[in-house]
Design a protein around this ligand. Structure first.
Ligand SMILES: Nc1nc2c(ncn2[C@@H]2O[C@H](COP(=O)(O)OP(=O)(O)OP(=O)(O)O)[C@@H](O)[C@H]2O)c(=O)[nH]1
Ligand SMILES: [Mg+2]
Ligand SMILES: [Zn+2]
Length: 316
Protein backbone atom coordinates (compact mmCIF):
# COMPACT_ATOMS: atom_id res chain seq x y z
CA UNK A 1 0.00 0.00 0.00
CA UNK A 2 1.11 3.55 -0.61
CA UNK A 3 0.36 6.79 1.18
CA UNK A 4 1.56 10.15 2.45
CA UNK A 5 2.77 10.82 6.00
CA UNK A 6 0.42 13.33 7.67
CA UNK A 7 1.79 13.22 11.19
CA UNK A 8 4.88 11.93 12.90
CA UNK A 9 5.37 11.59 16.62
CA UNK A 10 8.74 9.91 16.33
CA UNK A 11 7.42 6.45 17.05
CA UNK A 12 4.06 6.52 15.24
CA UNK A 13 3.29 7.86 11.81
CA UNK A 14 -0.16 8.67 10.47
CA UNK A 15 -0.25 7.69 6.81
CA UNK A 16 -3.09 8.61 4.46
CA UNK A 17 -3.74 6.71 1.26
CA UNK A 18 -4.89 8.30 -1.98
CA UNK A 19 -8.37 6.95 -1.22
CA UNK A 20 -8.38 9.01 1.96
CA UNK A 21 -8.01 6.22 4.52
CA UNK A 22 -5.59 6.78 7.38
CA UNK A 23 -3.42 4.15 9.05
CA UNK A 24 -1.16 4.26 12.08
CA UNK A 25 2.23 3.05 11.00
CA UNK A 26 5.56 2.23 12.55
CA UNK A 27 8.98 1.62 11.19
CA UNK A 28 10.79 -1.57 11.95
CA UNK A 29 14.24 -1.60 13.43
CA UNK A 30 16.84 0.70 12.05
CA UNK A 31 15.55 2.53 9.04
CA UNK A 32 18.21 4.71 7.50
CA UNK A 33 18.01 6.73 4.38
CA UNK A 34 21.26 6.85 2.53
CA UNK A 35 23.11 10.11 2.77
CA UNK A 36 20.93 11.78 5.36
CA UNK A 37 21.83 11.54 9.01
CA UNK A 38 18.64 12.67 10.60
CA UNK A 39 16.93 11.89 13.88
CA UNK A 40 13.69 11.28 12.04
CA UNK A 41 14.00 8.88 9.13
CA UNK A 42 10.40 9.57 8.09
CA UNK A 43 8.98 13.10 7.90
CA UNK A 44 5.59 14.66 7.32
CA UNK A 45 5.01 14.88 3.58
CA UNK A 46 6.97 11.73 2.79
CA UNK A 47 5.49 9.33 0.27
CA UNK A 48 5.81 5.84 1.70
CA UNK A 49 4.98 2.20 1.03
CA UNK A 50 3.65 0.15 3.92
CA UNK A 51 2.33 -3.30 4.77
CA UNK A 52 -0.54 -4.00 7.10
CA UNK A 53 0.15 -6.17 10.09
CA UNK A 54 -2.32 -7.69 12.52
CA UNK A 55 -1.44 -7.53 16.17
CA UNK A 56 -4.30 -9.13 18.07
CA UNK A 57 -7.33 -6.95 17.61
CA UNK A 58 -5.56 -3.96 16.11
CA UNK A 59 -4.22 -3.42 12.64
CA UNK A 60 -1.32 -1.17 11.96
CA UNK A 61 1.10 -0.55 9.15
CA UNK A 62 4.82 -1.09 8.81
CA UNK A 63 6.57 1.43 6.60
CA UNK A 64 8.86 -0.44 4.24
CA UNK A 65 10.02 2.21 1.81
CA UNK A 66 10.27 5.99 1.39
CA UNK A 67 10.13 7.51 -2.06
CA UNK A 68 12.83 9.98 -3.06
CA UNK A 69 11.99 13.41 -1.74
CA UNK A 70 11.34 16.27 -4.15
CA UNK A 71 12.70 18.63 -1.50
CA UNK A 72 12.60 19.17 2.27
CA UNK A 73 13.38 21.61 5.06
CA UNK A 74 16.12 20.36 7.34
CA UNK A 75 17.71 21.95 10.39
CA UNK A 76 20.22 21.25 13.07
CA UNK A 77 19.27 22.03 16.65
CA UNK A 78 21.57 24.61 18.21
CA UNK A 79 21.69 22.94 21.61
CA UNK A 80 24.39 20.52 22.60
CA UNK A 81 22.81 17.53 20.90
CA UNK A 82 23.16 19.13 17.43
CA UNK A 83 20.50 16.82 16.11
CA UNK A 84 19.59 17.00 12.47
CA UNK A 85 15.93 16.98 11.81
CA UNK A 86 13.80 17.04 8.66
CA UNK A 87 10.82 19.25 9.46
CA UNK A 88 8.76 18.29 6.39
CA UNK A 89 9.24 16.98 2.85
CA UNK A 90 7.77 17.35 -0.65
CA UNK A 91 6.67 20.96 -0.26
CA UNK A 92 5.44 23.44 -2.84
CA UNK A 93 6.26 26.38 -0.59
CA UNK A 94 7.09 27.41 2.92
CA UNK A 95 5.64 30.41 4.71
CA UNK A 96 8.04 31.81 7.27
CA UNK A 97 5.94 33.59 9.87
CA UNK A 98 7.83 36.50 11.40
CA UNK A 99 7.01 38.91 14.23
CA UNK A 100 8.87 42.05 15.21
CA UNK A 101 8.40 41.40 18.91
CA UNK A 102 6.55 39.05 21.25
CA UNK A 103 8.50 37.08 20.15
CA UNK A 104 11.24 38.95 18.30
CA UNK A 105 12.44 37.40 15.04
CA UNK A 106 16.02 38.44 14.23
CA UNK A 107 17.14 38.91 10.63
CA UNK A 108 19.89 36.41 11.35
CA UNK A 109 17.23 33.73 11.85
CA UNK A 110 15.28 34.81 8.76
CA UNK A 111 18.42 34.69 6.63
CA UNK A 112 19.45 31.23 7.83
CA UNK A 113 15.99 29.94 7.13
CA UNK A 114 15.88 31.49 3.66
CA UNK A 115 19.33 30.16 2.78
CA UNK A 116 18.20 26.66 3.73
CA UNK A 117 15.04 26.98 1.67
CA UNK A 118 17.21 28.07 -1.30
CA UNK A 119 19.65 25.22 -0.76
CA UNK A 120 16.94 22.59 -0.53
CA UNK A 121 14.74 24.05 -3.27
CA UNK A 122 11.65 25.13 -1.38
CA UNK A 123 10.19 28.50 -2.45
CA UNK A 124 9.80 30.73 0.62
CA UNK A 125 7.33 33.51 1.39
CA UNK A 126 7.64 35.88 4.37
CA UNK A 127 4.53 36.63 6.41
CA UNK A 128 4.89 39.53 8.85
CA UNK A 129 2.20 38.66 11.37
CA UNK A 130 0.44 40.60 14.13
CA UNK A 131 0.26 43.88 12.18
CA UNK A 132 -2.78 44.70 14.33
CA UNK A 133 -0.61 45.32 17.41
CA UNK A 134 2.23 47.44 16.05
CA UNK A 135 2.60 51.19 16.55
CA UNK A 136 3.51 53.41 13.58
CA UNK A 137 7.22 53.14 14.27
CA UNK A 138 7.07 49.35 14.37
CA UNK A 139 4.97 49.30 11.22
CA UNK A 140 7.71 51.40 9.61
CA UNK A 141 10.24 48.78 10.62
CA UNK A 142 8.14 46.06 9.02
CA UNK A 143 7.79 48.07 5.83
CA UNK A 144 11.57 48.45 5.76
CA UNK A 145 12.14 44.71 6.23
CA UNK A 146 9.48 43.77 3.69
CA UNK A 147 11.04 46.11 1.12
CA UNK A 148 14.48 44.63 1.84
CA UNK A 149 13.33 41.06 1.21
CA UNK A 150 11.07 42.00 -1.69
CA UNK A 151 14.08 43.57 -3.43
CA UNK A 152 15.84 40.22 -3.23
CA UNK A 153 12.83 38.52 -4.79
CA UNK A 154 10.85 37.12 -1.86
CA UNK A 155 7.12 37.70 -1.62
CA UNK A 156 6.36 39.52 1.64
CA UNK A 157 2.89 40.05 3.12
CA UNK A 158 1.91 41.92 6.28
CA UNK A 159 -0.91 39.97 7.90
CA UNK A 160 -2.94 39.59 11.06
CA UNK A 161 -4.05 36.10 12.03
CA UNK A 162 -6.27 37.80 14.59
CA UNK A 163 -8.21 40.26 12.42
CA UNK A 164 -7.74 38.29 9.20
CA UNK A 165 -5.98 41.11 7.39
CA UNK A 166 -4.48 39.81 4.12
CA UNK A 167 -5.12 36.20 5.10
CA UNK A 168 -7.22 35.86 1.93
CA UNK A 169 -4.05 36.58 -0.06
CA UNK A 170 -2.22 33.81 1.77
CA UNK A 171 -5.06 31.37 1.18
CA UNK A 172 -5.14 32.25 -2.51
CA UNK A 173 -1.43 31.38 -2.77
CA UNK A 174 -2.11 27.99 -1.18
CA UNK A 175 -4.63 26.65 -3.71
CA UNK A 176 -3.58 23.33 -5.18
CA UNK A 177 -0.39 23.26 -3.10
CA UNK A 178 1.33 21.78 -0.06
CA UNK A 179 2.47 24.61 2.20
CA UNK A 180 4.42 24.48 5.41
CA UNK A 181 4.25 27.16 8.11
CA UNK A 182 7.43 27.78 10.06
CA UNK A 183 8.77 30.30 12.56
CA UNK A 184 9.54 30.86 16.22
CA UNK A 185 7.14 29.66 18.87
CA UNK A 186 4.37 32.21 19.43
CA UNK A 187 4.52 33.99 16.07
CA UNK A 188 0.99 32.74 15.34
CA UNK A 189 1.37 29.78 12.95
CA UNK A 190 -1.49 27.78 14.46
CA UNK A 191 -3.66 30.89 14.91
CA UNK A 192 -3.21 31.65 11.23
CA UNK A 193 -4.11 28.10 10.21
CA UNK A 194 -7.17 28.27 12.47
CA UNK A 195 -8.24 31.47 10.75
CA UNK A 196 -8.00 29.75 7.37
CA UNK A 197 -9.61 26.52 8.61
CA UNK A 198 -11.60 27.14 11.83
CA UNK A 199 -12.76 23.51 11.98
CA UNK A 200 -9.23 22.34 12.77
CA UNK A 201 -9.37 24.15 16.13
CA UNK A 202 -5.62 23.81 16.63
CA UNK A 203 -4.28 24.54 20.08
CA UNK A 204 -2.76 28.01 20.52
CA UNK A 205 -1.37 29.77 23.58
CA UNK A 206 -0.52 33.24 24.76
CA UNK A 207 3.06 34.43 24.79
CA UNK A 208 4.66 33.98 28.21
CA UNK A 209 4.48 37.37 29.90
CA UNK A 210 7.78 36.69 31.59
CA UNK A 211 9.93 35.85 28.58
CA UNK A 212 7.95 37.43 25.74
CA UNK A 213 8.30 34.14 23.93
CA UNK A 214 5.95 31.41 22.81
CA UNK A 215 5.24 28.36 24.92
CA UNK A 216 5.90 25.62 22.36
CA UNK A 217 2.24 24.84 22.02
CA UNK A 218 2.44 22.82 18.81
CA UNK A 219 4.65 19.79 19.48
CA UNK A 220 4.47 17.77 16.27
CA UNK A 221 4.39 18.70 12.62
CA UNK A 222 1.06 17.76 11.11
CA UNK A 223 -0.51 18.09 7.68
CA UNK A 224 -4.19 18.85 7.04
CA UNK A 225 -6.32 18.67 3.90
CA UNK A 226 -8.52 21.67 3.14
CA UNK A 227 -10.85 22.54 0.30
CA UNK A 228 -9.42 23.76 -3.00
CA UNK A 229 -6.76 21.03 -2.94
CA UNK A 230 -4.90 22.83 -0.15
CA UNK A 231 -2.52 20.91 2.09
CA UNK A 232 -1.23 22.81 5.09
CA UNK A 233 1.50 21.76 7.51
CA UNK A 234 1.62 23.24 11.00
CA UNK A 235 4.99 22.85 12.70
CA UNK A 236 6.40 23.36 16.20
CA UNK A 237 8.17 26.66 16.86
CA UNK A 238 11.87 26.65 16.00
CA UNK A 239 14.29 28.46 18.27
CA UNK A 240 17.66 28.43 16.55
CA UNK A 241 18.18 27.38 12.98
CA UNK A 242 21.41 25.45 12.46
CA UNK A 243 22.64 24.83 8.93
CA UNK A 244 22.99 21.29 7.63
CA UNK A 245 25.62 20.12 5.16
CA UNK A 246 26.48 23.54 3.79
CA UNK A 247 30.06 24.17 2.69
CA UNK A 248 31.19 27.72 3.24
CA UNK A 249 31.99 28.04 -0.48
CA UNK A 250 28.35 27.46 -1.40
CA UNK A 251 26.61 29.65 1.20
CA UNK A 252 26.88 32.77 -0.98
CA UNK A 253 24.97 30.96 -3.71
CA UNK A 254 21.96 30.79 -1.37
CA UNK A 255 21.87 34.57 -0.98
CA UNK A 256 20.32 35.35 -4.39
CA UNK A 257 21.47 38.98 -4.44
CA UNK A 258 25.08 37.92 -3.73
CA UNK A 259 24.94 35.10 -6.24
CA UNK A 260 23.92 37.56 -8.92
CA UNK A 261 27.07 39.63 -8.32
CA UNK A 262 29.49 36.74 -7.94
CA UNK A 263 30.58 36.68 -11.59
CA UNK A 264 31.89 40.23 -11.17
CA UNK A 265 34.18 39.29 -8.27
CA UNK A 266 37.85 39.03 -9.23
CA UNK A 267 38.15 35.48 -7.93
CA UNK A 268 35.58 32.95 -9.00
CA UNK A 269 35.80 31.29 -5.59
CA UNK A 270 35.43 34.64 -3.79
CA UNK A 271 33.95 34.26 -0.29
CA UNK A 272 33.20 38.01 -0.21
CA UNK A 273 35.22 38.40 3.00
CA UNK A 274 38.62 40.09 2.49
CA UNK A 275 39.32 39.32 -1.15
CA UNK A 276 40.31 42.22 -3.42
CA UNK A 277 37.85 43.49 -6.05
CA UNK A 278 34.84 41.78 -4.56
CA UNK A 279 31.60 42.86 -6.23
CA UNK A 280 29.58 42.06 -3.11
CA UNK A 281 31.73 44.29 -0.89
CA UNK A 282 31.60 47.05 -3.48
CA UNK A 283 27.80 46.83 -3.69
CA UNK A 284 27.66 46.99 0.11
CA UNK A 285 29.80 50.13 0.14
CA UNK A 286 27.44 51.66 -2.41
CA UNK A 287 24.43 50.77 -0.24
CA UNK A 288 23.09 48.46 -2.91
CA UNK A 289 22.93 45.49 -0.54
CA UNK A 290 21.63 45.22 3.02
CA UNK A 291 24.24 45.07 5.79
CA UNK A 292 21.97 42.85 7.86
CA UNK A 293 22.10 40.23 5.09
CA UNK A 294 25.87 40.49 4.87
CA UNK A 295 26.23 40.14 8.65
CA UNK A 296 24.09 36.99 8.58
CA UNK A 297 26.17 35.68 5.70
CA UNK A 298 29.50 36.28 7.47
CA UNK A 299 28.19 34.59 10.62
CA UNK A 300 27.19 31.56 8.56
CA UNK A 301 30.49 31.37 6.66
CA UNK A 302 32.58 31.72 9.80
CA UNK A 303 30.50 29.01 11.46
CA UNK A 304 28.95 31.15 14.16
CA UNK A 305 25.89 29.60 15.72
CA UNK A 306 22.44 31.07 15.70
CA UNK A 307 22.75 31.94 19.37
CA UNK A 308 19.95 34.41 19.92
CA UNK A 309 17.87 31.68 21.47
CA UNK A 310 18.63 28.50 23.27
CA UNK A 311 17.07 25.52 21.63
CA UNK A 312 14.80 22.90 23.05
CA UNK A 313 12.92 21.81 19.99
CA UNK A 314 10.65 18.95 20.96
CA UNK A 315 9.13 18.04 17.65
CA UNK A 316 10.33 14.90 15.98
N1 LIG B 1 -2.61 40.43 18.29
C1 LIG B 1 -2.36 39.31 17.62
N2 LIG B 1 -2.09 38.18 18.26
C2 LIG B 1 -1.84 37.07 17.54
C3 LIG B 1 -1.85 37.07 16.14
N3 LIG B 1 -1.54 35.82 15.70
C4 LIG B 1 -1.36 35.08 16.81
N4 LIG B 1 -1.54 35.81 17.91
C5 LIG B 1 -1.44 35.36 19.31
O1 LIG B 1 -0.13 34.88 19.53
C6 LIG B 1 -0.13 33.81 20.47
C7 LIG B 1 0.63 32.61 19.92
O2 LIG B 1 -0.09 32.07 18.81
P1 LIG B 1 0.09 30.55 18.32
O3 LIG B 1 -0.78 30.41 17.13
O4 LIG B 1 -0.11 29.61 19.45
O5 LIG B 1 1.61 30.55 17.90
P2 LIG B 1 2.45 29.37 17.17
O6 LIG B 1 3.34 30.03 16.19
O7 LIG B 1 1.55 28.33 16.68
O8 LIG B 1 3.35 28.84 18.38
P3 LIG B 1 3.97 27.34 18.65
O9 LIG B 1 2.91 26.33 18.39
O10 LIG B 1 4.39 27.37 20.07
O11 LIG B 1 5.12 27.22 17.71
C8 LIG B 1 -1.61 33.54 20.76
O12 LIG B 1 -1.95 34.18 21.97
C9 LIG B 1 -2.32 34.16 19.59
O13 LIG B 1 -3.63 34.59 19.92
C10 LIG B 1 -2.12 38.30 15.46
O14 LIG B 1 -2.14 38.42 14.24
N5 LIG B 1 -2.37 39.38 16.26
MG1 LIG C 1 1.41 26.31 17.08
ZN1 LIG D 1 33.18 38.59 -3.79
Amino acid sequence: MKGTVYKSTGSWYTVKTREGETYDCRIKGKFRIQGIKSTNPVAVGDEVSFMLEDAGDETFGIITEIEDRKNYIIRKSVNLSKQTHIIAANLDQVFLVVTLNNPKTYTNFIDRFLATSEAYDVPAVLLFNKVDVYDPEELGEIKYLAALYRDIGYTCIGISAKTGKNVDKVREMMKGKTSMFAGHSGVGKSTLINYIAPDLALKTAEISAQHMQGQHTTTFAEMFDLEDDIRIIDTPGIKGFGLVDMEKEEIGDYFPEFFELKEHCKFNNCLHLDEPHCAVKEALDNDELAWSRYKSYVAMVTGEEDTHRQDNYQGV
